[in-house]
Design a protein around this ligand. Sequence first.
Ligand SMILES: [Zn+2]
Length: 62
Amino acid sequence: MPSNLPIAHRISDAAALLTGMRTLRCPHPGCTLRIRYRAVTPDEARHLATLATDHTRHGATK
Ligand SMILES: [Zn+2]
């Protein structure tokens, strides 16, 4: 996980929590994919989580 993100990113993440928005990040090293969503069904949330956490599903390396 890069630790050099601009502070604005962290602030917007905090704001996202307050508004009920969720952010998913890919755990793949070097992948910066982030998916944001709010007010989705549990099925959609699971689908998005699968997409976000399985690098092969969105795997454009660049
Ligand atoms: Zn990825």
